[in-house]
Design a protein around this ligand. Structure first.
Ligand SMILES: Nc1ncnc2c1ncn2[C@@H]1O[C@H](COP(=O)(O)OP(=O)(O)OP(=O)(O)O)[C@@H](O)[C@H]1O
Length: 268
């Protein structure tokens, strides 16, 4: 599949979000899209999925079956998780039950989509993208909100899709998915997409903890953590970043490891 001179902006008078993207993905390969918050990773993925159309240029040779897992799976539909996945299976041709079991969704099949937790909704989003084996699987920040079991499944699923000649396009703003073997990396920066080297694998002596603090104490908390040698990976304003989900997730993330590192979320 190929981005052929693709330009994109969200309105005729808006600034260009992406400029002159020329890049291709080969069958059987995985591309990890890196870039800071707001760089244009989701936009690039939606152009690949065909959810957005280029303002200029073309996306060529998109496979007929595309599985797209958006960053936030839209859970505001009146179905239960089970009904939704079975309907998707009958529309697309495929079996829902395999993915319900594999993603440990059985106990949630009777729950309405709107009542699912963020992580479970993400798993339903993943299941719907896999019901019909995709020639192109697009995962927008798939690690966000997933429990540890589901996290370990993602590399497995990626390997299965590529082993059958499918392509996988994954975005990652924290550089967390260095673990995908043989992945090619693209960097989105200043509207341009360029080849990049893989981010350094996290050192084994480090863990990620998520910490929520009061908004008025945020700068002080960041400064203190930095002064102690921790790495700030992400800063999110819950009210601004997740308004429609009513999500009460963490606002701050840091890595206590003592090693001064690249500030991923803050812009590099
Ligand atoms: N529907 C939209 N209408 C107008 N502007 C948008 C829309 N969606 C995204 N943008 C803007 O386009 C730019 C790129 O957004 P995009 O979501 O592609 O970035 P991203 O790299 O995926 O960020 P993140 O890591 O935070 O998800 C941002 O400035 C964003 O505010």
């Amino acid at each position: 599949m190929r981005f052929d001179g693709v330009w994109f902006r969200y309105g005729r008078r808006a600034d260009w979000t992406l400029r002159e993207v020329d890049a291709s993905i080969e069958p059987g390969s995985t591309v990890v899209v890196l870039g800071r918050n707001g760089a244009g990773k989701s936009t690039l993925l939606q152009l690949a999925a065909g959810v957005l159309r280029p303002s200029r240029g073309l996306v060529r040779d998109r496979p007929p079956v595309v599985g797209w897992v958006p960053e936030r799976f839209p859970a505001d539909q009146a179905f239960t998780a089970g009904d939704y996945l079975r309907r998707m299976a009958s529309l697309r041709g495929g079996a829902a039950d395999e993915w319900i079991e594999r993603l440990l969704l059985t106990e949630h099949t009777g729950t309405r989509l709107s009542d699912l937790s963020k992580g479970t909704a993400q798993k339903v989003g993943l299941a719907q993208a896999l019901i019909a084996r995709p020639g192109l699987l697009i995962l927008d920040e798939p690690w966000e909100g997933l429990d540890s079991v589901a996290r370990t499944l993602i590399p497995e699923i990626v390997a299965e899709v590529t082993a059958e000649g499918g392509m996988v396009l994954v975005s990652d703003h924290r550089g967390e998915i260095a673990g995908l073997p043989d992945a090619i990396h693209w960097q989105v920066s200043d509207g341009l997409v360029s080849p990049a080297s893989a981010p350094a694998a996290p050192s084994s002596g480090e863990v990620v903890i998520e910490v929520k603090v009061r908004r008025d104490a945020a700068s002080q908390a960041v400064a203190r953590l930095k002064a102690e040698g921790h790495q700030i990976l992400d800063v999110r304003d819950i009210a601004v970043s997740q308004p429609q989900q009513g999500r009460s997730g963490p606002a701050w993330t840091s890595t206590p490891g003592g090693s001064p590192g690249r500030e991923v979320g803050g812009g590099s």
